[in-house]
Ligand binder design. Structure first.
Ligand SMILES: [Zn+2]
Ligand SMILES: [Zn+2]
Length: 746
């Protein structure tokens, strides 16, 4: 029976089928194969091997060659790609292009020669000919007239080397510089360029050029040396925390981020001692670097992230093979050729950065859990606050929750209903004055950049909105602009209200960094004030070195190195943390406050929260005598509600977003999809919607959403089958496990 090979490419399609040449050995799953593709060739990943009937075999094109005998992606991970495609309702090629760091976009050398005895096609049978300039290669191939070979172009670089030594023609006094350059090159063997040689030998570049012209020295192409891998400075953990995991699902919460890494050490050591590797997935580059800095001081550690260029990634691919080590990685780590993974760690499991914003929109934490299950290895999740999902999971046997002591933070809650000062209440101003008097540092965290969330009219109360989105335009006072952070609209400030022509336009709604910084400067005179957000990143190095000052920042500051002398951290509007349209908003708000200590590790600054709703339960938890107990009862309550509403972790939720420039199309298509799914899913799923998205019109598109809960654990590829692929007038986007899915519908 003919053998068909399923080959996946990094493009948004399922696998394509090719035929294995009848005399060829069956290659291993996960190897790279080269196949004919349009007028040329393409590299793909072998994801399946199966027998087909002789007639089906005739329909298929043959592969050209297998690039190497060993898999580029290990067999288990290759299967995992297909599983993720099903789970995320995406074509497998999209998952591949999303997760695979390197190896499928190589430049190829393709050579052909005529089969012995074939004479009249103008191609030699004796030696190989580059196929690049030959027409009809596809035709010759189909007729079986040629043999082909393919290899990857190795990166080359040019170097300058000696061709012949000093002779009588270089003897003269005027040739002194040329002799010096030649002698120098003889001593170092090769240099990267002529100007480099001139500099090193301390002669003119023209002397070097003359040597090249006279053919004493010349340029040679050779294999480029391996690129250096990124280097992070090693850091030592300040505290030793002993914890040896004894189950398959482990959550480490509480403490500081550094404490949680410290709590990983014993488990990693045990895994490496058992000749296995540890895969550590971190959500952002700064956390990848931080985690690697600590772990590499103790264990053999490599790093794989988007920061590496393609050649560095390739080098890593070779270095990982057959090694037992720690790989600290972005989501690229999931398909790295790390054999014998004995433990998977996810740093900051709930971080919104773990949710990918494009492609199959995977949530790294879920991907890590699924991979650990496939590989039958333990998973370790860390976070400042355990998630409700993990809280429930650690109630099971064979799971454990290692809870470190929560940082002892000093809180002050400032009631904004009792002060007329805005955006800085009287309490905050008082504390800022103390910071100034004692020459310390303060960090004020604002929920947004710009001056204010809106510019509005004091006369008629109207707000100036974005012409493309259902959003107010953000007000930039100093630059006198109105900007939309979603679609990029950027307008002059109008002189009068567009609705009533009044001239009483003023900043309205939430205060941004610009407004707060201006207020601080007015209130706290002669004291340095810095801004740190994505519009304006002041140089904070004086503060890192310990000088006094105040930083007004967005959460961008969390990625900055810690400041030296912080005695106050303030959230200028705690309530904004609760306004995100997600049922996890409360949990996330609590987590944000608990992780504020990362801005000043081990320093115990005062944490001041300004709020209009001090009765909110988050404040009660923060003030609890036993915060661990308060968190437990918080989660119990959260889980009870989620169970009632069939929300995660009691089901998996998918969001279907239907968008169109025409409002009617968007509405009609969302109704049609809803009805189709209702009929198809019956009682196997719960459907909600279609409802307008929180921002109904965004970048000129009208947006509806449908939520669907998988009540029968069937998988969304089954439940959503009638709309995959979607063929209709709107744009449809499916997001499995969305992270922003609206409040409880109460
Ligand atoms: Zn008005
Ligand atoms: Zn807009």
């Amino acid at each position: 029976m003919p053998i068909a090979l399923d080959v996946l490419f990094p493009i948004p399609t399922p696998a394509f089928s090719y035929l294995l040449p009848f005399d060829a050995e069956i290659p291993s799953i996960g190897v790279r194969v080269v196949v004919p593709w349009q007028q040329g060739l393409r590299i793909g990943l072998l994801v399946g091997v199966r027998e087909v009937s002789a007639s089906a075999g005739l329909e298929l094109k043959q592969i050209i060659s297998v690039l190497e005998p060993y898999p580029h992606v290990l067999a288990q991970q290759t299967q995992f790609i297909l599983e993720l495609a099903k789970r995320s309702c995406s074509p497998a090629g999209l998952v591949l292009s999303n997760l695979l760091a390197t190896g499928l976009q190589e430049e190829l050398i393709h050579e052909i020669r005529a089969i012995e005895g074939i004479k009249d096609i103008g191609i030699s049978a004796e030696h190989w000919t580059d196929a690049k300039n030959i027409e009809n290669v596809n035709l010759f191939r189909e007729q079986g007239l040629i043999e082909e070979q393919v290899r990857i172009v190795q990166p080359k670089h040019k170097v300058l080397r000696v061709i012949k030594g000093i002779d009588e023609n270089l003897a003269g006094k005027r040739q002194l510089n040329q002799r010096l350059a030649l002698q120098w090159l003889q001593s170092v063997e090769s240099v990267a360029s002529g100007s480099e040689l001139a500099r090193q030998a301390d002669v003119s570049e023209s002397a070097v050029r003359t040597l090249v012209k006279k053919a004493y020295i010349g340029y040679f192409e050779e294999d480029a040396p391996e690129p250096a891998l990124p280097n992070y400075p090693s850091k030592n953990l300040e505290r030793e925390i002993r914890f040896l995991p004894r189950s398959d699902y482990i959550v480490i919460s509480g403490g500081s981020r550094q404490d949680r890494i410290s709590a990983l050490v014993d488990g990693i050591k045990e895994t490496l001692d058992a000749k296995k590797s540890v895969l550590v997935i971190a959500p952002e580059q700064n956390l990848i670097a931080e985690t690697a800095s600590y772990l590499q001081a103790i264990f053999p550690t490599l790093v794989l992230s988007g920061e590496l260029n393609d050649r560095q990634r390739k080098r890593l691919w070779h270095e990982l093979r057959g090694q037992n080590l720690v790989l600290v990685a972005s989501y690229f780590g999931f398909l790295a050729p790390l054999e014998h993974i004995g433990q998977i760690v996810v740093i900051e499991e709930t971080s919104s950065s773990h949710k990918q914003r494009s492609g199959p929109r995977l949530f790294n934490t879920s991907v890590a859990k699924a991979l650990a299950k496939n590989l039958a290895c333990p998973i370790v999740l860390t976070d400042s606050l355990i998630s409700a999902e993990s809280y429930l999971a650690t109630k099971d046997d064979n799971s454990e929750h290692f809870e470190l002591a929560y940082p002892e933070q000093r809180y002050h809650f400032s009631d904004m209903t009792k002060t007329s000062n805005w955006p800085l209440g009287a309490n905050l101003i008082q504390v800022l004055n103390q910071v100034k008097d004692r020459a310390r540092q303060a960090i004020l965290l604002s929920p947004r950049r710009g001056y204010s969330a809106a510019l509005g009219c004091a006369n008629c109360g109207s707000i100036i909105s974005c012409p493309n989105c259902d959003l107010s335009l953000k007000y930039y006072q100093r630059e006198r602009r109105l900007r939309c952070h979603q679609c990029g609209t950027d307008l002059d400030i109008p002189t009068t209200c567009p609705s009533c022509n009044s001239i009483e336009l003023q900043a309205m709604r939430g205060a941004g960094t610009e407004w707060i910084a201006k207020t601080v400067r007015n209130q706290i005179k002669d004291f340095p004030v810095y801004r740190y957000d994505s519009d304006q990143r002041d140089d904070l190095s004086p503060l890192v070195e310990g000088e006094a000052g105040i930083v007004v920042a967005t959460t961008a500051i969390l990625r900055h190195q810690p400041l030296a002398n912080v005695s106050l951290i303030a959230l200028t509007l705690f309530d904004s943390l609760l306004s995100f349209s997600d049922f996890r908003a409360e949990e996330e708000a609590l987590r944000t406050v608990l992780s504020l200590n990362e801005l000043a590790p081990y320093k115990r600054p005062l944490i001041l929260l300004q709020s209009f709703q001090l009765e909110h339960k988050v404040f009660k938890i923060l003030q609890a005598k036993d915060i661990s107990l308060a968190i437990k009862s918080f989660h119990e309550e959260v889980l009870k509600r989620r169970k009632n509403f069939h929300y995660p972790p009691y089901s998996t939720v998918a969001q279907i977003q239907i968008s169109a420039k025409d409002e009617n199309v968007a509405y009609n298509e969302s109704r049609r999809i809803f009805d189709t799914l209702k009929l198809h899913c019956k009682d196997k799923a719960e459907l909600l919607g279609p409802s307008q998205m929180p921002i109904f019109r965004l970048r000129s598109f009208y947006n509806y959403q449908i939520f669907i809960s998988d009540l029968s654990a069937q998988g969304f590829n089954q439940l959503l089958a009638p709309i995959i692929p979607y063929r209709g007038q709107a744009r449809v986007r499916i997001d499995i496990e969305p992270r922003e899915i609206g409040q409880f519908l109460e």
